[in-house]
Structure formats: C-alpha cells, structure tokens
Design a protein around this ligand. Sequence first.
Ligand code: ADP
Ligand code: MG
Length: 505
Amino acid sequence: MQNIQEFIDLGLSEKSIEAIKAKGFETPTEIQRRCIPVLLSGHGDLIGQAQTGTGKTAAFALPILEMIDGIPAGERPSGPMALVLVPTRELCIQVCDEIQSLALGRKIRTSAIYGGASYNIQFRDLKAGVDVVVGTPGRIQDHIERETLLLNNIKVCVLDEADEMLDMGFIEDIENILSKMPQERQLLCFSATMPDPILKLAANFMTDFELIRVQTQDMTSTLTKQIFYELYEEDKFEALRRTIDIAPDFYGLVFCKTKLQCDEIGSRLISSGYNAEVLHGDLSQTQRELIVHKMREHRISILVATDVAARGIDIPELTHVINYSLPDEPESYIHRVGRTGRAGKEGLAVTFVTPREFRKFSFIRKIAKSEIEKKRIPTVNDIIEKKKRILLDDLLAMVEEAEKGNCPQSMFSLAKLLCETHHTTNIIAALLNDKYNRLVDLSGYREIRDLFDRDSSDRPRTERRLRPAFRLRADRKASKEPRAPREPRAPRAKGKRKANVSRFK
Ligand code: ADP
Ligand code: MG
C-alpha cells in the first residue's frame, strides 16, 4: 500500500498524485519536500542542491506541470512555457521521459531537442506546438537562430546539472538563450554540487533567489563505502580487473579522464572477456542511447565513461563506481561516487591514486568531506578464494536439489555406475576440472607492486590514517612541522619492481 499523503500535503494536484502513484513513488525525497511547495507558491528563482539520484527532476517538473495545467488548453501559447537545459543528449532524453511520465493524463506536450537528432522531427514538433522543451544548449541555440523556436512565452527555465551548464563550455550559450526570454522568467538551477564561483555566477542571472541545499552528513551517500588503492599508473588495469573479479555481481561505472583513455580501457576489458561498453561524446547519438539502454537492462555490467557523458544519467542499483583516473574537480568526485549506494542498496566507490596524486586526492577528500579508507588491492589469492566459496555454495545448492529428487533418474544411474569403478573424490575433481577450471586459472593475472604500507607525502600517517587531510595540514601549520619531502618517482625498470604476488608462475 502506498502512502502518498506526504505528496498530497506538498500541495500537488490529483493529477500529479495519479502520476506519482503510477511511477511507484511512495514518499517525497528531501529535495522534493523542500522545493515543491516553494515552487508551487510563487515565481521566485531557486537553486536546489541535492545528491545525485534524489529525484531533482520531479522536484522541478511537478510544479512546472502544475503551472501549465493551470492554464486552460485553449489559452496556452503555441510556443513553450518551460525550457529545461541539460548538458548531454542522454540526459535530455531521460529528463524528457521523466517529465512525460509525470505529465500522465494531462494534455501537456513535451519535446526533447538535442544535437545529433533529426532536425525534421524537431521542426515538426516545435511547429505543432509544445509546452515543455528539454534541450541541449547547442541545438536550442540553433533553433533560436532559425527562428523555429521562440522563447518569448517562457515562464520557467531550468538549468539541470547547473554547475556543468554554467561552466566554461556552455556559459555563452546559456547567456544567449536566457537573453531571448522575457525578463520576468523564473530561473531554477539544480545540481548535486554548486561550487562557490558557480553559485555567484548563477546569482548574476537571478533576482531574489532561494537556496535549498540538502546536505547529507558527508556529501556522498552514507550507503557508499569509499576506499582507495595506492598504485602506479601501469598497475591500474590489473587493479581494475581484480576489483571486478572479486565482486561476482559487479555492475558499475569506470570513470576515465579522456575519451581516448575510455576507449583504451574499454577495449582492453572487452578483449579480456568482460561485458563492458564505452560511453563518451565521440560516439554517435544512436550508439550512446543504445549503450545506456543496454546498461540499464543489465545486458552489460561495466560502463567505461567520461564525467561529462555519464553526468546525471540514471542507472539504478550500481554496485561499484571506479575512479580509474582521479577527477580534476572535487565536485566530480561527489557526482561520480553519488552514482552508487542508492535506493537503500550498499555501494562501493574505489579510487585509484598514484603516489604523485596524493596532494590532489587530499584536496578531494577535504571538499567531499568523505572518509575514504586506504585498502590493499585484492590479491589473486583473494579472488580465487572468493570464487571457490561462491562455487562451493552453488554446488551445495545443486546437491540439495538433487537430494530433493530434482535431477533426472538417468543421471543417478550414471553416477552409480561411475562410483562402482572409481573413487568419488576423483570423479568430482574430474568434473570440476572440466567445468570450472577457468575459475582457478591464474594465468590472466599479472603482478602489482604493493604500495599499501608506504607512507606518502601529504597523507595522514599510520596512526592518523582516517583523519581528514585538512586537519592534518592545520596540525602541521600549528606545530611548524615541515612538510614531508615529495615521494620519488616510480621506478621504471621492470626488473626492479617489488612484487606482491611472487607466487605467480
Ligand atoms: P537526480 O536528478 O537527483 O540525480 P533523478 O531525477 O534522475 O535524480 O531521479 C532518480 C530516480 O529516482 C528516477 O528514476 C526517478 O524516477 C526516481 N525518483 C524520483 N523521485 C522519487 C521518489 N520520491 N521516490 C522514489 N523514486 C523517485
Ligand atoms: Mg538530475
């Protein structure tokens, strides 16, 4: 039984409640609880900040739909009354779908206008009249220039993933698009992070705005366990393999710095037999849509992506987020890690940190206010042991089924025949070897140099390991303790490597 009284209390209409029921939402999230009444009551500007996956789309979409629904169909202008700007095509489709599903049972026309898609369909949609446009800035600009999109009836404009939208890449487009709207338009900015400079920038476009921030204690989900491995760049791929192999239900995102790196890691994973795909801006729109779709359907379990391509994309129940490369901005870390540990499911965020990146990493830790624990990279032995345990559980379950009689009689006869001439242990071992020897095959793995016990500069010492780095820096300042010298570079010569898994043959 759904308890949606809380949604009703926010002041939403019956139609909205029907749509919410159909979507299966039971209670509003904190950002929805705080934004919806404000947006329903007035026309002020607003900045809403809440962690990824907390339903920010519905927080702005529901009041927008109510606003439009309040105007009788005959009196609505033919041009859109609401414009939602998003950074990527995938997000454009996703947000448009979410709004459409929330508009259930209402005659509200929505359209996704993004680059890479056919102009003809967009011309047709815009000409036919649309109430809500969700678009990427470039294509929206295009339509404005062609005069196929008029913004003079816009009442509400939303910048979704606002920090990204107001960043260098988009700011000119945004300025230009905003200038085409009536003065009294309402501007709403939503994002998981809002660094101060971006906040100031947003304020420039707003009159009296309300700031609604939903902060979890640490900026990332408490259901996400955050760990890091210290390792050399050359060992990252092996560490990635092991991180995946030790988690039998791995379903995660691997974040890389560049498209090139995504391609490289993606193809290495695929050629090693992993069910992976790559997502970045150079792929065609159809390819990208297909990949996100496949991931959502669990037809692939690993998505290698850049920050921008994965921004805001809703893939529920991810078990892992791997930061193969450290993000440039602490905010990106929060966005990335926010992708897992959602909907009551525990998640694991693993960050790969090279010795030289420690200072940058400390800064990220400080801003993200997260406790990120140093862990040892799983050894091959750990992986084999884990796989053996799982295999054993599966086998025992199979034996139980057979004992219940859920096994063809002919198999029992065959088993009896074998047992008359051979020892049971030998029979089972032969069967296991034939079917499962891949599980205990060590040949695919290679050595990793273990940096777990090393003391890096700008990193808490052993006894302070879990303290945030900024405290440490403050401590150091107070006691005038000199900074530890920088770590020497990683040795290049292969022969000098100190292996942690010397038993590999
Ligand atoms: P955000 O923009 O904050 O990252 P989204 O708007 O993409 O989050 O929503 C993430 C998912 O949560 C979507 O699938 C959405 O339908 C769902 N969702 C939104 N609000 C609720 C709610 N109140 N209860 C349950 N699920 C919700
Ligand atoms: Mg969003």
